[in-house]
Design a protein around this ligand. Sequence first.
Ligand SMILES: [Zn+2]
Length: 415
Amino acid sequence: MSTLTLAGRNHHVVRSHNLRAVLNHLLRAGVISRAQLAERTALSNTTITHLIDELLNQGIVVEAEHGGDGVNGNRRIGRPRTGLQLNPDARYAVGVHIGIGVLRAAVVNLYAEIVHNNIISFDPTLPVSRVLPRIAKLVEKTIAESGAERSRILGVGIGASGLVDYQKGVNVLAPNLGWRDVPLRSWMESRLGLPVTVDNNVRAMALGEAMFGAGRDVGVLAFVYGRIGVGAGFVINGQPFRGSGAGAGEIGHTVMIPEGGERCKCGNYGCLETLISEPVLIREANRLAYSKPKGILAQHLGRDDGRRPIEQVFAAARAGDADALALIEVRARYLGIALANLVNILNPELILLGGMFAQGSEFFLPTAERVMRAHAFAGLGDRVRLQPTRFGWRAGVIGAASLALSAFFYHMEGA
Ligand SMILES: [Zn+2]
């Protein structure tokens, strides 16, 4: 992306590292002066000048009035200093969220603002060979409809379900889709002709929050997502934490009831996912509704109003249905226990809840938070902040696009 040459061995690596470090500071600062950039990146003024000239030439950076001192925003008297800021629409990235039976794609700009997006559903029992062409088609359609020039698209990030080998770009195992060893990156790269990066979809959401959302400037961040499955993603000092075998964050398969628990899709018994996933809550709600056919819950679940059944369960709870409230309360306690365990192992500063947990956060959060704080070790739970993601349904595509933005553009802290 640059024609600039810097002296030294491995100058390409240096150039790319320095450029991306500068881009990362531009993203974080909003408006920043050359001097501040030099200070924060520990690069010389000369290097900064060369890099910035290059970025100005490419239209990635623009001059901006920089009146404040960058510390407390007080305006200085006299001539404003020359500041720099990213031109957010200079480049784009594509984010693809693979859910269980749902595919979302979005074109985003350099601030991860959605320019255009699409959603399609698919039968999760379809063989992967039938799903991959749909993903590629969805990406092409979304790019075309966005109006973004293809030459300005940095790459595609894919947030996949289950275990992902990030280095190889392979979806190693997605139990809820029945996928095993799917070479997502190589398949998509040859089909799309764009660089592709692949990671677990919830880890991607955590990265999206760390770069563009509530997780900015948070040292240890966890994102816990509940939908068909339950998963977590961690970002530590700006870096996604993947574990030694890409399996960090499989909180849905922590065993809550080792004896007498329900069988999980993973083959174990009593996993968290068997207690607090969307299908389980809907199944239990239907059972309760069946026993009280005239109750509020039964009325909501019986409506053919186009809403997802889980939304109908939340609506019944909002209308004060005691069964719906009790059901969520009991299940939220398990979530609270799992969060307490997570707090004890990871000691995060912030835990964000996504998917169904964010959608019904008014019911899940108070109980889960109380239980988490009560059970975490030595007051660790008192210091952690627990809140729903503000990205809503966008968390998946913003996260996936963040994979591409961090792989091909910004250089995240500590990388
Ligand atoms: Zn399991």
